[in-house]
Design a binder for this molecule. Structure first.
Ligand code: FAD
Length: 349
């Protein structure tokens, strides 16, 4: 039986970043990923998606992303980069391998997959959030006879041609999807709060520079007060939508009925479809048997589980490190994680 020193579950940008920092160690490690090619969540996004991070902030550790054609990279440019990154460093990745459950037996992790059982002394979970889309609950949601889909299922606006569509969610996804849906359909936008757009002259570069310097100063509280990584970046489609005046958001409705929604004032409005651009939660299902999940999170010190100290979690959100769920931010937590794993094996030997 082979017992790996480390198995990384998930071969997206977070998994590859951890692998980058482990590759020069003598540790025997393996990445398991359930997709057939590199790209992680980016493979499951809409066709016209533009990253909100400019090229220099869309690079993972060690190798700068080649300059994109436009100001902001397209999804294809970023997926190509991840493919080239994996090839460049020749990481040991086993694809088409879905981890079903992680168990612990006699101090060793038993990793049950659709392609057999793997064993490891330590595990890094980097399974992202895309497999766990979040849709809020509204009264009578199941009565609605129209189409409901999450942004993760949305590909392009064609099926909404001539329809009445409600786009829910005030982040980058909602703004980009609304822009193209509103060209073919009558679209309305629902957001919890009035949406916040980054000023045109202050683009994603500024946001990420601020994030970086605040991080380096260890001053993340001020950062959160001044700027937010969730403000809508004015990529081309958003600029164009602003010019058309489409971003008139209204606050949430009260409930659903058969043909649409009922607003807070009791008025009914017909909609053929609702697109939920309401985000994601950490995808941790495979860790359930370890009994460490509380409120869809694992208690950690930095990225290391407190209850299961041979397990690290990287890239899920603020709770796994500042800006760790962004391309630019994940590198710092990946490096720290690899260092901790190395130190763990040193003290063991
Ligand atoms: P993922 O990319 O989801 O990778 C996880 C991998 O693990 C996937 O391949 C998945 O299939 C696999 N996996 C999951 N479960 C299992 C399992 N049980 N067994 C085996 N494999 C498994 N960030 C930025 O910095 N800039 C942006 O412009 C930006 N735009 C975004 C736009 C959208 C629409 C979204 C949703 C996010 C965006 N982000 C952006 C945030 C973030 O960079 C991405 O979500 C990124 O994909 C996260 O990478 P990850 O490696 O953590 O997770």
């Amino acid at each position: 039986m082979i017992i790996y020193d480390t198995i990384i579950i998930g071969g997206g940008q977070a998994g590859l970043s951890v692998a980058y920092f482990l590759r020069r160690s003598s540790l025997e490690y393996l990445i398991l990923d359930n997709q057939k090619k590199p790209g992680g969540a980016w493979l499951e996004t809409w066709e016209s998606l533009q990253l909100f991070s400019p090229t220099q902030f869309s690079s993972i550790s060690g190798w700068q992303m080649p300059k994109s054609k436009g100001e902001y990279p397209t999804k294809k440019e970023f997926i190509d980069y991840l493919n080239a990154y994996q090839e460049r460093y020749d990481f040991p990745v086993q694809r088409n391998t879905a981890v079903i459950q992680v168990e612990k037996e006699s101090g060793i992790f038993k990793i049950v997959t659709n392609r057999g059982v793997f064993h490891a002394k330590t595990v890094v979970s980097t399974t992202g959030t895309a497999k766990n889309p979040f849709v809020p609950n509204y009264p009578n949601q199941s009565d609605f006879e129209g189409t409901q889909l999450h942004s993760v299922e949305y590909r392009n606006p064609m099926i909404f041609n001539g329809k009445k569509v409600l786009v829910v969610g005030g982040g980058n996804s909602g703004a980009q999807i609304l822009s193209e849906v509103s060209k073919v359909a009558e679209a309305k936008w629902v957001t919890l709060e009035p949406p916040q757009f980054m000023p045109e002259d202050i683009d994603g570069r500024y946001l990420f520079n601020q994030a970086n310097s605040s991080y380096l100063d260890n001053n993340t509280q001020n950062f959160e007060e001044e700027v937010s990584l969730s403000d809508i970046v004015q990529v081309e489609s958003v600029k164009e939508g602003l010019k058309r005046g489409i971003y008139k958001a209204v606050r949430p409705f009260h409930s659903f009925y058969k043909h649409g929604v009922i607003w807070q004032n009791g008025e009914k409005e017909v909609f053929h479809a609702v697109i939920w651009c309401t985000g994601f939660r950490a995808n941790l299902q495979h860790l359930e048997a370890l009994n460490i999940i509380e409120d869809n999170r694992v208690k950690t010190k930095n990225t290391r589980s407190l209850k299961e100290p041979n397990l690290w979690l990287v890239g899920y959100g603020k709770w796994t490190g500042f800006a760790s769920a962004t391309i630019y931010g994940v590198g710092k937590t990946a490096r720290a994680t690899a260092n901790e794993i190395r130190a763990h094996f040193k003290t063991e030997s």
